[in-house]
Design a protein around this ligand. Structure first.
Ligand code: PMP
Length: 412
């Protein structure tokens, strides 16, 4: 569980100092990193934990009886335990994997593929990331199921009445993001999953953009599956997990076969390991999970409620100031919003904006953000996206605004 209630004074400038990369310059300017929705920067503690693993403990997990093997296994399993506490779930319900994309594909191939059939439907929302669209299209093609899409209100929030109305009897599975990576919208996933469960619909929540920014209590959400990615939670790339109810994990067949996921292999048949190991074939990203364990410790020490409060403050500051720039439009103005700001400036292309901002040391993302159907709804080819994290500062927002005005004048 998370420490802190958003009421403890924290020296945020010192927190920024924990991140070595944030101290560097880009094009001779101090770096302003506003691309945390893409990937988070890493604090010294995470880098040190990964480094220490390779220097002192490196060995494979679960295979060796020697001391290093035991230490590596202990370190890897300890990360699972930390993640379980962080998300308020059981460790044996967490499948460690490379990230959200893998986690959702695991549900698609192992839960949905054997179960869905013609006449069934999978319900998605307009704001899903491709990682929560394409796996379902692939499953639909192979099973004869169809996709249904719940639409949005003009402010970029989900049309909840429409979503609930779309939960018709043929819908067997609902896939919904907790937080939109383009609009920043925070969806009321607990209420949505409750409605789904009342209708016997299994729910999958994409938590990639929620886990780094707010206290996530998966048990309280009441979904069937929750996927998240470690690299957005200040942890290493190639880490993440799928949480699933134990009953689902026990009923699901393995997704990948190989070492680690078996108890006994004979040519006439194999006995699989118990879940979650049944889904963890091959050598995992051991050092990565050691780093992710350190990331969870780091986030927990700050307190997720403190992080959420800090990011709300940064979002309010940036939103208010951006609103003063002529011709600037923000895509996504839902009341409940994470610190993700997609914007456009009349008469400029987002790639030009992002390229010129980069020359000022400001890293924002320009593009379609792996959300083509959402961009189609917005009626734009691309957007510029500034995504903030707790390690950003008000001074960086000011530097961004100065750079943005300069760039706008150059382009305009
Ligand atoms: N879903 C959302 C909402 C995301 O923002 C992302 C990452 N951009 C993903 C899924 C995919 O995560 P990963 O690439 O770590 O698997």
């Amino acid at each position: 569980m998370h420490a802190g209630e958003g009421d403890r004074p924290i020296d945020w400038a010192a927190v920024r100092g924990d991140f070595p990369l944030l101290q560097r310059q880009v094009h001779g300017k101090p770096l302003v990193y506003f691309d945390s929705a893409n990937t988070g920067q890493k604090p010294e503690a995470v880098i040190a934990a990964t480094d220490d693993f390779y220097r002192q403990h490196n060995a494979n997990v679960s295979r060796a009886v020697h001391a290093l093997g035991a230490e590596a296994t202990e370190a890897y399993e300890s990360a699972r335990g930390k993640l379980a506490r962080f998300f308020n779930v059981r460790p044996d319900e967490l499948v460690l994997c490379s990230g959200t994309t893998f986690a959702i594909n695991l549900v698609a191939y192992s839960w949905a593929l054997p179960r869905l059939q013609p006449g069934d439907a999978i319900l998605l929302t307009r704001m899903e990331h491709h990682a929560n669209i394409v796996p379902w299209q692939l499953v639909a093609q192979r099973t004869g199921a169809v996709l249904k899409v719940a639409e949005l209100l003009p402010d970029g929030s989900l049309d909840l009445d429409g979503l609930h109305a779309a939960m018709t009897p043929e819908v067997k599975l609902l896939a919904v993001t907790h937080v939109s990576n383009v609009l920043g919208t925070i969806n009321p996933v607990a209420a949505i999953c409750r409605e789904a469960a009342r209708r016997g619909i299994v729910s999958v929540v994409d938590g990639s953009q929620a886990a780094p920014h707010m206290a996530v209590d998966i048990a309280a959400i009441g979904c069937d599956f929750y996927a998240f990615t470690g690299h957005k939670m200040v942890g290493p790339t190639g880490t993440g997990a799928l949480w699933a109810r134990r009953a689902h994990l026990e009923a699901m067949p393995p997704f990948l076969g190989g070492g680690e996921m078996i108890k006994e292999v004979r040519f006439d048949g194999t006995v699989f390991n118990d879940a979650p190991h049944k889904f963890e074939a091959g050598t995992p990203n051991i050092a990565g999970f050691v780093g992710l364990g350190a990331a969870v410790d780091y986030l927990d020490a700050l307190g997720m409620p403190n992080i959420a409060a800090r990011e709300r403050e940064l979002l309010a500051h940036a939103t208010e100031e951006l609103g003063k720039i002529d011709g600037l439009r923000i895509h996504g103005t839902a009341r409940d919003k994470a610190a993700v700001i997609s914007f456009a400036i009349d008469g400029t292309h987002s790639h030009d904006l992002a390229t010129l901002l980069d020359l000022e040391g400001v890293a924002v993302r320009s593009g379609q953000h792996c959300a083509h159907p959402l961009l189609q709804w917005l009626g734009v080819g691309t957007t510029c996206r500034a995504s903030l994290a707790f390690y950003n500062t008000h001074a960086e927002i000011e530097a961004f605004l100065v750079a943005l005005r300069k760039v706008r004048n150059l382009l305009g």
